[in-house]
Design a protein around this ligand. Structure first.
Ligand SMILES: [Zn+2]
Length: 263
């Protein structure tokens, strides 16, 4: 997981609206953002296990100290108002039009950054805001793009839903970071799935899968909500080895450790 900040200072984006190349459908994942082999393996997984339904909170927790929810789409974060938008249907025209209303700050939720035009678009946004933070979840494929303090009107006109190329060059370092994170999260996901399928081949395995998933969900919830029971003495009957996370977990205080526990 990383938090990548694209700051408006020293940013030189030579961008012309007339150079946008439109497309009739979504772009394919780009080699500059995801290893094709990893992506193919990831796409073969049919059933996705949901390990947390609080990924939005997880991501904004990495950046903000005070979080007040006004409603589903408006939050006050560190005393600033943010409008929350979804970029789930991958339609550039919709997200771009939605970014044009009265708010100064925005958070865009998206599932992934696998395509080059999407990366180009977020990069371009840094030209209109003081900074743009790309924050990835550590738990699942989930990203929030935090656009802080609009500095000029979004005069960018996007005519159609799908875009093939914005014709701007994204900084190599940014591409490298995103590709690294994409590979890590997908590899982890592929690994976990493989382990779970292996465990599900026996009845006792199914029992431990259920126990693990239950505890891992509980652990993530505590992690996201910053709840920790530090007074736990971690008694042996609470400790079990999680094959999924490759570590010991205390089911009581939810401490994870890779070290062998000595009692
Ligand atoms: Zn404990």
């Amino acid at each position: 997981m990383s938090i990548l900040t694209i700051s408006n200072d020293n940013l030189d984006i030579q961008f012309e609206e007339s150079s946008i190349i439109y497309s009739k459908s979504n772009s394919r994942p780009s080699k500059s953002l995801i290893d094709p082999e990893i992506y193919t393996k990831y796409k073969l997984i049919k059933e996705t296990l949901i390990f947390s339904d609080e990924l939005f909170l997880e991501c904004i927790n990495y950046v903000f100290n005070s979080i007040i929810k006004i409603d589903k789409s408006v939050y006050i974060l560190d005393k600033e108002t943010y409008k929350v938008l979804n970029f789930s249907d991958k339609k550039f025209k919709t997200i771009n039009d939605n970014l044009k209303d009265k708010y100064l700050n925005y958070i865009i939720i998206t599932n992934d950054i696998f395509t080059y035009p999407k990366m180009q678009y977020f990069y371009t946004l840094a030209g209109y805001f003081q900074s743009v933070d790309i924050v990835m979840s550590q738990i699942m494929c989930y990203i929030v793009v935090i656009c802080k303090k609009r500095i000029k009107n979004l005069n960018l006109e996007i005519k159609n839903s799908f875009i093939k190329d914005f014709n701007i060059k994204v900084d190599e370092y940014i591409l490298k970071c995103i590709k690294h994170d994409n590979s890590a999260i997908l590899n982890n996901f592929i690994d976990t799935n493989k382990k779970i399928s292996g465990m599900c081949s026996s009845l006792s395995g199914i029992n431990s899968v259920n126990r693990e998933i239950y505890t891992i969900n509980k652990y993530y919830k505590a992690f996201i909500n910053k709840e920790c029971n530090i007074d736990c003495k971690c008694k042996p009957n609470f400790i079990f080895y999680s094959d999924i996370l490759n570590c010991h977990i205390c089911e009581n205080c939810l401490v994870l450790t890779r070290l062998p526990l000595v009692f």
